[in-house]
Design a protein around this ligand. Structure first.
Ligand code: AGP
Length: 612
């Protein structure tokens, strides 16, 4: 939800912090700020993006080799200069940056106010740092001990970094439920919400665990402790992230780059798992628990947003191919509805960031109930990847655009391979059909390249619909989830209201919305329900609706009825989502650009929703 970065070493901290914040801005961009130590604590913070902070701090003293920075997605308090992080303690001796929510902050605030403490912001974070200040004053404890005591009394999720004016050779950090990575350089340390600000400085990292405190001092280096004061041994891992993957390259923005990366990222996801020459699919993460998963009475999928939609595609794949019952749950609902989950259950979490709070909490609940946890993630070392019993990475590389594109097709590719792996083991599909799907999956990256060649036509169509106020997306079977995803893409980057529906459902209500002002996008590539989807299009046309149809190459039937058609190559029905989603990504992208929207950082959104 927010981005955190910090530095202690010999170099000037400010340029490192600013570059780090620019890398983290996709996590939240309501306001930004830095704290620097240069004989005193200096805090510079502004509403707006990193560029606004740079302009504001240009005339200030930004010297110092110890510092921290924050880019915010507002939870408590409107996005403004006062609520921006870092926050001083009341006595201005301490400063803090925070990603998360302190759930018992109101109680703490009331007690502190009763003791005469005054607050300037509406944030829970300012309450936390003043609480730390009071503990330090009462106990005379060191800053790291005061932080530890304070955190043992707060409820909620946090990733924090604290600086103390009177202990300027030290950074104190801690996490619970929100991510924090430590980069270990030559006589310098970096802290960040994820590895993107760290990788250009060092590949040696430590992923902080929940309820761990990191004390980084110039004298003693890195010390790890638990909230219960037990010293931990840091486990140093090597980052497998390449810095060039973080750049936009020749593209105007990350979203367009990531849409066009999909032939490569889908191929990367299949590498080492899909073996067409041997007619085989093997997903390594399944191996240890294959028996349990194959004989599962049910697989419950928990996820949010686009990842939840990928879960819906998986439901069709797992049931159609592997004949395993699947239930797809919004993680935020699953975690609170007292689900019937036990030791016989498999709970599969899908998450690009691997840090989504609701998905993480759903897994924690499932773990308590004894279920087997499987993770499908993109970010290596993320919290979900680490809490699950097993899992698989989609290898899509960092997805910086807030709107998920390559992660969605990476998730669907991986879930398709899992379904095929299980189907082959269970013998629920014929050998010939299995081989057909394996070979066709191998051809998908080239077919995605072909779909991307529609870009110009899609841009033309986007121009005709860019001023719409609503849109309807219809699909059947494997393409029903794709209709939902197309609608979500349009909503989240162009701010046009859009709904996805099963095509046949339109007659049960939404058809009342159809008139000449309602664009209707229909994914009409189904073979099995081609005539039915054709009737749905005719029903829309009969009410003057304007239809944009995604069709299989050469399908002249649909193109005679629809107002506009976008052709995609023919493929096996279970693999259609990997192709039919691409035109919808581009349609949303071009409409949003034509409306002057920020496609990489849409308003109100953040890339990783690490709070409830
Ligand atoms: C998708 O375009 C959105 N950015 C959002 O719905 C996202 O899919 C959701 O927040 C889940 O994120 P995750 O995959 O990192 O868990």
């Amino acid at each position: 939800m927010c981005g955190i970065v910090a530095y202690i070493g010999e170099k000037q901290a400010y340029p490192i912090l600013i570059k780090g914040l620019q890398r983290l801005e996709y996590r939240g961009y309501d306001s930004t700020g830095v704290a620097l130590y240069n004989n005193t604590l200096n805090v510079f913070k502004r509403k707006g993006k990193v560029k606004d902070l740079i302009d504001y701090a240009a005339k200030e003293d930004t010297q110092g080799t110890l510092g921290m920075g924050h880019t915010r997605w507002a939870t408590h308090g409107v996005p403004d200069d006062i609520n921006a992080h870092p926050h001083y303690s009341e006595d201005k001796e301490l400063a803090i940056i925070h990603n998360g929510i302190i759930e018992n902050y109101a109680l703490l605030k009331k007690a502190l106010q009763k003791d005469g403490h005054v607050f300037h912001s509406q944030t829970d974070t300012e309450v936390l740092i003043t609480f730390i200040q009071t503990i330090k004053a009462k106990t005379g404890a060191s800053i790291d001990e005061a932080v530890r005591i304070a955190l043992s009394k707060v409820v909620g999720a946090y990733a924090i970094v604290v600086m103390d004016k009177n202990d300027p050779d030290k950074l104190v950090a801690a996490r619970k439920g929100s991510p924090l990575v430590i980069g270990i350089g030559e006589d310098e340390y970096f802290l960040a919400s994820d590895a993107t600000p760290i990788v250009e400085h060092t590949k040696n990292v430590v992923y902080l665990n929940d309820e761990e405190i990191a004390i980084i001092s110039r004298e003693d280096g890195l010390t790890l402790k638990t909230i219960d004061n037990e010293v931990q041994t840091p486990y140093i891992e090597k980052l497998d992230l390449e810095i060039d993957k973080l750049e936009k390259g020749d593209y105007d923005n990350y979203m367009l780059k990531e849409i066009h990366e999909q032939p490569t990222t889908i191929a990367d996801c299949m590498r080492g798992r899909l073996k067409p020459s041997k007619g085989l699919v093997r997903v390594g993460g399944l191996r240890e628990y294959e028996g349990r998963i194959i004989n599962a009475q049910k697989i419950t999928i928990v996820a949010c947003g686009t990842s939840w939609i990928a879960g819906l595609v998986a439901e069709y794949l797992f049931e159609d191919l592997a004949r395993i019952p699947v239930e797809v749950e919004y993680a935020s609902e699953f975690r609170y509805r007292n689900p019937v989950i036990g030791e016989k259950d498999i709970v599969l979490a899908i998450s690009q960031s691997g840090e989504t709070a609701d998905t993480l909490a759903a897994l924690e609940l499932a773990k308590q109930k004894g279920a087997l946890l499987y993770g499908v993630c993109n970010v290596v070392g993320s919290s979900i990847a680490r809490i699950t019993d097993s899992g698989s990475y989609i290898h899509a590389g960092p997805e910086i655009g807030v709107a998920s594109t390559k992660a969605f097709t990476g998730q669907v590719t991986l879930l398709t391979m899992i379904a095929l792996n299980l189907a082959e083991k269970k013998g629920t599909i014929s050998k010939s059909y299995y081989l057909q799907l394996v070979n066709e999956l191998h051809n998908i990256p080239k077919k995605v390249e072909k779909v991307l060649e529609n870009n110009k036509k899609i841009k033309y169509i986007a121009d005709l619909f860019k001023d719409s106020t609503n849109a309807l997306y219809l699909g059947r079977g494997y393409n029903f989830p794709v209709a939902l995803e197309g609608a979500l893409k349009l909503k989240e980057i162009s701010y046009i209201h859009a709904e996805g529906y099963p095509a046949a459902e339109m007659k049960h209500g939404p058809i009342a919305l159809i008139d000449e002002n309602m664009p209707v996008v229909v994914i009409a590539t189904n073979k099995s329900a081609h005539d039915k989807i054709l009737s749905n299009i005719q029903e829309v046309k009969a009410r003057k609706g304007r239809v944009i149809a995604i069709v299989t190459e050469g399908d002249t039937t649909i193109s005679e009825v629809a107002d506009f058609t976008i052709e995609i190559p023919d493929t096996e029905e279970p693999l259609t989502p990997l192709l039919s989603v691409i035109p919808l990504q581009l349609l949303a992208y071009h409409i949003a650009k034509m409306r002057g929207c920020d496609v990489d950082q849409p308003r109100n959104l953040a890339k990783s929703v690490t709070v409830e």
